[in-house]
Design a protein around this ligand. Structure first.
Ligand code: SF4
Length: 356
């Protein structure tokens, strides 16, 4: 018998699939809008269970026995409603205003601040009255012209992960393309950018990818796109001519962080086409938490390795009327200097917007 060498096929990682909710709620008023009807088509053609609700603010009968189960189910539940509050919140330091097209997210990042800001409403809400939202954006732009007004579309959600269902980012991007004094920006951990590649943007939208060291992504960011998928999507976005940026957040101090963040920048430089580095921006946000967030995270992700030891942190007064815990000055400086150096080593033309 001849000895045969077994050649194992190369292991291919499965692509992160676009989000399909398990359950959808509709406000009856939402079905009067084209986007509401379009989402209903999306739901019925896929046989997804749906229910009607009187208000997107009050979903009281979510399934699930325990708090944890309810939370998991809520993260796979979509609520389709009409946005009534058309006053936009401020969104510093990233932009002038938050433009509301969705809230909530299907990702399970352990540290995510939506866990506390969305409180008892962790389900995903999308708004169908985009025309009214855009009219309000136009008012803000006109008030401030000729100053540029920037809008952040990802303050309370990750809208790229919902774009195949709503199409809202396409509308925002195309609207902003025609606004001399308006700019749009959003950030994502998802790679599902294909609906955005062939539309007119006029360089008025900056798309940023949230990236991190491989360790942080694997440990703390379940149910989001993998590092390679995000980088691949970033290259596509760059080829489509959009201004591009990266948010390194949360920057986490762990054994081996220097190696992890050095590798991150090296891999980024290898993956991106060389001509995209002009105008590239980086934002850096160190990990922080409040006592409220720590309690919630420990309940929802009890096995998480996320370090939240108050004794090892520096207390800082937060603008939401609560102390937050950041790294002590020495660690902050070490993180900021090391990562900044790596950024400029690989991307000498890049601009660092802030470290916070
Ligand atoms: S992808 Fe962003 S919004 Fe979604 S859970 Fe993760 S950190 Fe939160």
């Amino acid at each position: 018998m001849t000895k045969q060498t077994l050649v194992r096929p190369a292991r291919t990682l499965k692509s992160t699939r676009p989000f399909i909710p398990d359950l959808v709620y509709f406000e009856p008023g939402a079905l009067e809008y084209p986007k509401g009807k379009q989402i209903m088509d999306f739901v019925t053609t896929r046989g997804i269970e749906y229910r009607m609700t009187t208000s997107h603010n009050r979903i009281t009968n979510l399934p699930g026995e325990t708090e944890q189960e309810k939370y998991r189910i809520a993260k796979r539940t979509l609520v389709v409603g009409v946005r009534k509050t058309l006053t936009f919140d401020q969104s510093k330091p990233s932009a002038d205003y938050a433009i509301p097209i969705s809230t909530g997210c299907m990702g399970h990042c352990h540290y995510c601040y939506l866990q506390t800001t969305l409180g008892a409403k962790p389900y995903i809400r999308v708004y169908v009255n985009t025309d009214q939202i855009l009219s309000k954006a136009k008012e803000y732009i006109e008030e401030r012209a000729p100053q540029i007004t920037t809008f952040e579309a990802a303050c309370t959600s990750d809208p790229v992960g919902l774009e195949h269902i709503t199409g809202s980012l396409q509308e925002l991007i195309q609207f902003m393309a025609n606004e001399e004094f308006g700019r749009l920006r959003f950030v994502t951990k998802f790679h599902h950018v294909w609906p955005l590649l062939d539309i007119k943007h006029n360089n008025h939208t900056r798309i940023r990818f949230s990236i991190n060291s491989d360790y942080v992504i694997r440990q703390f960011e379940p149910a989001t796109s993998r590092f390679d998928e995000r980088i691949d999507a970033a290259a596509k976005i760059a080829h489509a001519g959009y201004p591009l940026g990266f948010i390194i957040a949360p920057i986490i101090w762990y054994d081996g962080w220097e190696k992890g963040y050095a590798e991150l920048l090296e891999r980024l430089a290898k993956a991106l086409p060389s001509d995209v580095t002009d105008g590239l921006t980086f934002e850096m946000i160190q990990h922080r938490f409040t006592k409220t967030a720590k309690n919630v995270i420990e309940k929802r992700y009890p096995k998480s390795k996320l370090e939240m030891d108050i004794a090892k942190r520096k207390q800082k007064w937060g603008r939401w009327g609560q102390y937050k815990y950041v790294y002590p000055n020495e660690q902050q400086t070490a993180l900021r200097e090391f990562i900044t150096e790596r950024i400029f080593e690989y991307f000498p033309m890049a601009k660092i917007d802030y470290f916070t």
